[in-house]
Design a protein around this ligand. Structure first.
Ligand code: FAD
Length: 393
């Protein structure tokens, strides 16, 4: 029997679909109405796109809207939806929540993540982009790299160094930066697929109002962890229906191409079983998060997803045979969505990035080793001294 909360959500979705038929309503208008009805993230507070209910009920909303042919906000603004929104919800002031969440959800304002730098990727806490206070503003100088969708973003989540004399994890502060501000320069970086989903971003004397700071001065690392935890879940933690997604594509291809040999069938089935194990692990992790006991599951789920995805698409290329070598065009494009691959060949090439983006598989294994298995960690000599005295590349 439906709980009262579930019934409330079902009633609200019913009203939304009745008053905003997704077949005739513009996606942005529909998403705005969804936000106003508290159905953007049901666990967010009322007035900020939510109803203050358990996050589990979001699935009720999403399933009903997808079934009715409604728009999917996570595809339009993958970084904003997956990482920006939970970070603003956890760390933002009332005013910041009011300002950022609605246009983020409708896709009017796309977000990007300004963490990685040429000398700080896996070790992002080594970052060197400086923010110096000037009255009610901060002046930012430095460079970020691999910034997905920076070329279409309105806002960037920036972690910067505000006190170089503190140990590296302590002297950072987190800002929301206007990507259209003077002094922000975005240059495309091309990927193996031919697309430039990501960019280099240069900051030259960019002025950021203090009102756009998320969290306290010096608390940037803690706020960044909220973003990173959500990133891993956003990349690897999606629970799709059994047998769907990449493994579903491989099974379809195997059938279509008429493969009959036992060796290929065995490989396909092994991957299918593995995909199901990853799916169930993610389901369990999602339940744990809902009960408020998030652990390192986001990292282990991301690791399993990345390695599996690469092997599934490798098999797809073999199933395609020589067709696997056909590639439409290497003309550079700058897509306005990330991780969208229209062909299997492109999906295969794109999947190579899965074990790098959002933290490499080696780093995920370190987390698994240290936090789940309790193995001794890396020897770290850079945790105590001031950041300014730590040698850097
Ligand atoms: C498609 C894509 C999109 C991305 N989008 C964004 C984005 O939007 N915003 C953003 O900020 N970043 C983004 N990134 C960057 C990504 O987070 C980094 O590439 C990643 O964290 C690795 O950092 P790095 O490239 O500097 O490699 P490095 O950290 O230099 O690592 C090099 C190699 O050394 C290994 N290694 C490093 N440290 C250790 C260790 N302690 N133990 C064992 N092995 C180690 C790594 O696993 C890797 O194999 C994106 C990357 C990709 C591929």
């Amino acid at each position: 029997m439906a709980t009262t909360d579930e019934q409330l959500v079902r009633d609200r979705v019913g009203d939304l679909l009745a008053t905003h038929d997704p077949k005739v309503t513009k996606p942005r208008e529909f998403l705005g109405a969804q936000f106003d009805a508290g159905l953007a993230w049901v666990h967010f507070p009322e007035g900020h796109g939510g109803l203050g209910l358990g996050p589990k009920l979001q699935r009720v909303v999403n399933e009903a809207i997808v079934a009715a042919g409604g728009p999917t906000p996570w595809l339009r603004n993958i970084i904003g939806y997956g990482m920006g929104a939970p970070t603003v919800a956890a760390e933002g002031t009332e005013e910041q929540k009011r300002r950022y969440l609605r246009p983020l959800f409708t896709g009017e304002e796309v977000w990007c993540q300004l963490f990685s730098e040429p000398g700080a990727g896996s070790d992002v806490a080594a970052l060197a982009t400086r923010a110096v206070r000037d009255g009610e503003e901060w002046i930012v100088n430095g460079q970020k790299v691999w910034t997905t969708l920076a070329h279409v973003a309105k806002w960037g989540m920036l972690v910067s160094r505000t006190d170089p004399e503190q140990p590296k994890h302590k002297g950072m502060t987190y800002f929301v930066v206007d990507m259209e501000a003077p002094g922000v320069e975005v240059k495309p970086l091309r990927q193996i697929t031919g697309d430039a989903e990501f960019n280099e971003v240069f900051f030259t004397d960019v002025r950021v109002p203090d009102a756009q700071r998320l969290g306290d001065v010096g608390e940037g690392w803690r706020v960044a962890l909220t973003t990173l935890m959500n990133e891993r879940v956003a990349i690897g933690g999606t629970v799709q229906p059994r047998g769907s997604g990449p493994i579903g594509e491989a099974v379809k291809l195997w059938r279509e191409k008429g493969w009959t040999g036992p060796a290929v069938r065995d490989r396909l089935l092994s991957l299918w079983v593995e995909a199901e194990a990853v799916r169930l692990t993610n389901l369990r992790a999602a339940e744990n998060r809902r009960r408020g006991t998030p652990g390192p599951e986001g990292s282990t789920g991301k690791l399993a997803f990345a390695e599996l995805n690469k092997r599934v698409y490798e098999l797809c290329m073999e199933l395609l045979g020589s067709e696997g070598m056909l590639y439409g065009s290497y003309e550079m494009t700058r897509p306005d969505i990330a991780m969208g691959s229209p062909t299997l060949q492109q999906a295969f090439l794109r999947s190579r990035a899965n074990s790098i983006e959002g933290g490499t598989s080696e780093i995920m294994r370190n987390i698994l080793g240290e936090r789940v298995l309790g193995l001794p960690g890396d020897v770290r000599v850079d945790l105590e001294p001031p950041w300014s005295q730590v040698p850097r590349s």
